[in-house]
Design a protein. Structure first.
Length: 153
């Protein structure tokens, strides 16, 4: 009786896993097509990003010359960050049904008494910074050097 129940639970889990994998593949296809656009400086700057947050298009209005280079740089950065937040929100919305289905699947601890739930061991990734990286000191008279520069200044 116990073995029959365990076999039925295992079959349910495997069916759920198969459905989960199919759902993931479908969501990956849908997600890959996502884009988001944000504007800044009274719509004079427009930035579009893809599903990975990569800038794929930038537009400047004809009156962009009214802005300083610093204003343009800050506005492009802000618009790119806002567009990325938008595409991330849409990605989360796409994933929601899959996450709900995952919650209904049995956990390993339901099959093996005392077994830990594997999700408890997955590390949580910290959020990426949205501020520019700090220029590091090389120690040579405090001259700054880019981390990707080929030569010292």
């Amino acid at each position: 009786m116990v073995n029959e129940r365990m076999a039925a639970d295992m079959a349910t889990m495997l069916d759920g896993l198969q459905a989960q994998m199919q759902g993931i593949a479908e969501l990956q296809q849908q997600r890959s097509k996502l884009t988001a656009t944000a504007q800044a400086c009274d719509k004079r700057i427009s930035v579009t990003v893809n599903a990975d947050g990569m800038v794929v298009e930038t537009h400047f209005a004809e009156n962009i010359a009214d802005l300083s280079y610093e204003e343009i740089a800050e506005a492009v950065t802000a618009a790119a960050q806002a567009a990325t937040q938008g595409v991330l929100a849409r990605s989360r919305e796409l994933m929601q049904p899959l996450l709900e289905r995952k919650k209904r699947l049995p956990k390993l601890s339901e099959f093996i008494e005392g077994a830990p739930d594997l999700e408890d061991f997955l590390p949580k990734a910290p959020p990426a910074p949205t501020t520019p990286p700090r220029i590091r000191s090389t120690g040579d008279n405090d001259v700054s050097r880019s981390l990707i520069a080929d030569k010292d200044r």
